[in-house]
Ligand binder design. Structure first.
Ligand code: FAD
Length: 490
């Protein structure tokens, strides 16, 4: 029995301690800045939370919940015993970037924790953040370039979480890796979509510095397929991995859509993130919410990020509309444990202000002098149609009109959209317009791989990382095989 196991023996923390949530800064003051809103738990509280883990025979958090397969019960054991370096090593063995997932992941692991059956889950996300931050703070996480270098080079196109995960794993295997990113800074949506109040950008910069020190090359402001052609990449690299994301926004084809002041959520969030990093000096006035009535169409996470941003910019009023009906507050029978529950979620932004409305359809935008001034909507009711699929019907007498001087469309994404590299290579797409890949993440073109949202559609940071890590296995296998054949042929 290890020391950690001895330490946890007989603890049965789930009988003694309640779940403890992280604290958040006061909503009244935090809306005056863009800094992180969450205050992590302190070490004593964390170790108590870790003791709540039942170390169940079948840990659903690990096998069913976490797309990365984080070995959560053992991590809890190590944290409870104060074995921080061992916990860092174990966490790093499955998750290359715990500092991202522990800040932005919806924590699917917690929804599948066995304690949900009659109690509250272990605070797994907080424990993950503590492990990785302790690793950085103590200096244990120093650059670890590979000890031996192999011949074989990979070009990664796109530096979002998927691209970074591919680069990290293939570099660790000893192959040369260069990441090409069309934006001025690396990180993809982590950098330009997710606001600082959820993920401060020093967290990203710290990781990028570490990756550079481990030997990964970053070519920023370079678009794959344009500034560097497919031919150039194929000539200079042995394999290419496309990780360009899925940013084609869903549009709302409704009368008045052409009015000024109706913009996509990502355009809005990118501007604010660029302002904070000093890439631009001021926001496009059309995208500045200050003093305006703002309507966000789309009730998901992207919409919530717009809401928090609009409040910080000084919007006079923020409304968030969702066409689906309001989900229940407690886990419904349709999504039993250990499934991800279909419940109403409240992000930190919703606690800061604004108003959410469900079952609302936007009928038309109204304007003055070419700019949006409001919208007309109606309430809807959902019911199963003859084919069994849910359909909505407008409710007579519920029509309404609201003022809006900035409308943000946050209705999700329709796939990767047109991509010069995919076009040049004539890559096959799947039925949803994503790049088709096989079990090794190879596309229809030999030596060209794809991972993350580009291959699976817009999803989660944790899934993009898991995809990148899995693609790296296919890539290293391909590079090894290719070099063996080249050597045999002389
Ligand atoms: C506003 C918003 C908020 C979100 N919040 C969360 C959250 O809180 N938690 C969560 O888990 N998920 C969240 N998501 C989803 C998550 O961010 C994505 O699933 C994830 O970032 C996908 O990673 P990726 O690497 O596949 O793509 P991306 O992050 O989109 O990165 C793709 C990168 O490729 C670059 N690129 C594209 N084409 C080229 C080219 N030809 N040459 C060079 N570079 C190129 C892009 O510039 C970009 O940097 C959010 C998404 C959005 C839009």
């Amino acid at each position: 029995m290890t020391e950690a196991e001895k330490c946890a023996m007989g603890e049965r923390g789930f009988m003694k301690y309640r779940r403890q949530e992280a604290e958040y800064r006061d909503p009244r003051t935090r809306v005056r800045d863009f800094n992180a809103v969450e205050i992590p738990l302190n070490e004593a509280d964390l170790r108590r939370q870790a003791a709540r883990c039942m170390e169940c025979g079948t840990p659903f958090c690990h096998g069913h919940g976490c797309p990365l397969g984080n070995i959560i019960p053992e991590l809890n054991l190590l944290v409870h015993g104060g074995w921080w370096n061992e916990a860092v090593d174990l966490l790093r063995s499955t998750n290359p970037f715990p500092e991202f997932t522990s800040r932005v992941c919806p924590a699917i692991c917690e929804a599948s924790c066995v304690l949900n059956l009659n109690d509250q889950p272990v605070a797994i996300r907080q424990i993950e953040m503590a492990i990785i931050e302790q690793g950085f703070k103590s200096g244990y996480l120093a650059p670890m370039p590979p000890k031996t270098r192999r011949s074989g080079k990979l070009a990664v196109i796109g530096s979002g979480p998927a691209g970074l995960a591919v680069a990290d794993a293939v570099n660790r295997a000893g192959y040369g890796v260069t990441v090409f990113e069309k934006d001025r800074r690396g990180g993809g949506i982590l950098r330009y979509g997710i606001p600082d109040f959820k993920l401060e950008k020093w967290v990203l910069d710290r990781r990028l510095r570490l990756m550079e020190a481990e030997g990964i090359g970053f070519k920023l402001g370079v678009t794959g397929g344009e500034e560097v052609s497919v031919d150039f990449l194929r000539k200079h690299f042995d394999a290419i991995c496309l990780t360009g994301g899925a940013r084609e926004p869903r549009d709302l084809k409704t009368p008045g859509r052409e009015l000024r002041g109706i913009r996509f959520a990502m355009e809005y969030l990118v501007q604010q993130n660029r302002l904070l990093t000093g890439e631009i000096e001021k926001i496009d006035p059309e995208l500045d919410a200050k003093g305006k009535e703002v309507v966000i169409i789309g009730g998901g996470d992207t919409g919530a990020d717009c809401l928090g941003t609009a409040l910080r910019q000084g919007a006079s009023r923020v409304l968030q509309f969702e066409i689906m009906s309001r989900p229940p507050d407690t886990r419904p029978a349709s999504t039993p444990w250990p499934m991800w529950p279909n419940i109403r979620r409240e992000s930190s932004s919703h606690k800061e202000g604004g108003e959410r409305r469900w079952s609302v359809n936007t009928r038309e935008f109204i304007g003055r002098d070419g700019a949006v001034s409001g919208l007309r909507g109606v309430e809807v009711e959902w019911a199963a149609g003859p084919d069994g699929r849910q359909k909505f019907r407008e409710m007579p007498g519920t029509e309404f009109e609201v003022e809006a001087r900035l409308v943000l469309l946050a209705m999700g994404f329709a796939g990767p959209g047109r991509n010069r590299m995919a076009d040049d290579l004539k890559l096959e797409l799947d039925a949803r317009g994503n790049i088709r890949v096989d079990d090794n993440h190879m596309t229809s073109h030999e030596g060209i791989f794809a991972a993350g949202d580009m291959a699976r559609g817009q999803s989660l940071v944790v899934r993009a990382i898991a995809d990148g890590r899995d693609a790296a296995m296919g890539i290293t296998e391909y590079l090894r095989h290719k070099k063996t054949i080249q050597n045999r042929l002389g």
